[in-house]
Design a protein around this ligand. Sequence first.
Ligand SMILES: Cc1cc2nc3c(=O)[nH]c(=O)nc-3n(C[C@H](O)[C@H](O)[C@H](O)COP(=O)(O)OP(=O)(O)OC[C@H]3O[C@@H](n4cnc5c(N)ncnc54)[C@H](O)[C@@H]3O)c2cc1C
Length: 410
Amino acid sequence: MKRVLIFGAGVTGLSIAKLLHPHAQVTILEQEDQIGGLARTKIIDGDVAYHLVGGHCFNSKYPEVMDFVFQQLPQDNWHKIQRISRINFGDYEVNYPIEFSMKEIFAHNPQLAMDMTRDFLSANDDGEYRNLEEWFRKKFGDTLCNHYFLPYNTKIWGKAPHEMSHTWVEDKLPIPDKTSFFASLLSTQKDTMAHSSFYYPNSNNQQTLFEALAKGLDIRLNTKVDKVERKGEVWRVNDIYEADILISTIPIKTLPSLIAGTPVEVLDHARQLKYNKISNVIWRSRATEKTWTYQPLANCKFHRYIHIGSFHSPARGYTITEMMGEHSLDEMVSYGQQDPFLIEPLAHNTSEHAYVVYDDQRSAALSTLQSYLKSLGVHSIGRFGQWDYFNMDVCIKQSLNLFTHLRPTL
Ligand SMILES: Cc1cc2nc3c(=O)[nH]c(=O)nc-3n(C[C@H](O)[C@H](O)[C@H](O)COP(=O)(O)OP(=O)(O)OC[C@H]3O[C@@H](n4cnc5c(N)ncnc54)[C@H](O)[C@@H]3O)c2cc1C
C-alpha cells in the first residue's frame, strides 16, 4: 500500500484522508490539539459550540459534495435553516441581498431607492473590469455601490476595492440581471443563491461533521510540519514520517519555506501573498430570527453579526461579532457594549489566516508556487492550499477531484 501524508486536519485534509483511507496508508499531521481547522468549534457557556472563526454553516450546489457529506453524517443528523440576512443602515434594516430590497429602502428613504434603481438599470456592464470597484459599479450602478458595496467591502477587506482584483467575486454574490431587478420592484424576489438555506448538525455543533469524517483515521494532533525533504522516491517529514505521496492543505505561502532546497525566487513569491486575520467575540445576545446582520456603516466597527444561536434547533440567543484584523477582547467589548442587543461577552479569538487578499501580485505569485510544487509532485489543495476564497463545500470538492486523479496510481 502506498503511504500518504496529509498536512492539516481541516475539512480538506479530513475529506481527502477519508477518501484515500481504504486504498492507502494515510496519516494526517495537524499542528493544533483539535481537528476542524478554520471551522473548528470549542464548547463554552456549558454547551454552546463557539466557532473560533466565523460561524460555519454548510450547503453546496454540488450534488457529489452533498452525497459525500451525507454519507459521513447522514441527513437525518442535520436540520435545514432558512437564511434570514439583514443589512443594518442604522435607523432601519433591509433584507439581503440589497438589490432586491428597493421597496424596503423606498419606505425609509424614497430618494435613495430611486437613485439606486436609476443607476442599477442604467449601469453599463461591458464585461471589462480593471478592479473590484469597477466590477461593483458596472454590475450594480453608482448609488448602490457608494452606499453599500464600497463601504462594506472596504471594511471586510481592510483595503479599498479599487486596489483589489475582481476575479474571485463572480460566483460569491448573487448578481441579478436587469429583468430580475425590475421584477423585484413589482413582486417579492427571492435570494437564489445555494446559501439561501443551509444545514447545521442537530448536535448544534459543526464539529460533529469533522468527528464523523475523522472516524477511523490516523491523525497526529499537536504535530506541526516544520521540515520536508525528498530522499530519492520517498518524502521525509520532521525527520520522522515517510511517505510516497504528499498532500498539503496548509497555506501555500508557508509550505515552500518548509521544503529543503526551495529556490530563493520561489520564497520571494511566497512572501508576496497577502491574507487577513479575523477577530471575533461570541456574546449572549437577545434572541432573533435573523441568521446574519451585515453592518456597512462606518460607525459600527463590526462588519457582521453571525446569529449563531439561530443555527441551533431550538434557536437560542447567541451572536458572534466579527472584525477584520487583530483586535483585543477589550477593544471589541467596548464597541459591542454600545449595542443593547449584545448582552454579555463570552469568548474571543483572533485567527491566523482567514481571508486571501486579492491584490495585483496574487495571481503571478500563486502560479509560481503552484508550478514549483507540481514539479516536486506535491499536491496543495484547500482554501489556503490553493489560496482562494473557498467555502467548505468547495474544499470537499477539491478533495473529491484529487481523489479521482490519484485513485489510478494507488
Ligand atoms: C470568517 C469565515 C467564515 C466562514 N464561514 C463559512 C461558512 O459559513 N460555510 C462554509 O462552508 N465555509 C465558511 N468559511 C470557509 C471555510 O472556513 C473554509 O473553506 C474551510 O474551513 C477551509 O478548510 P481547509 O481544510 O482547506 O483549511 P483549514 O481549515 O485552514 O485547515 C488547514 C489546517 O492545517 C493546519 N496547519 C497549518 N499549518 C500547519 C503545519 N505547519 N503543520 C501542521 N498543520 C498545519 C491548521 O491548523 C488547520 O487545521 C469561512 C471562512 C472564514 C474565514
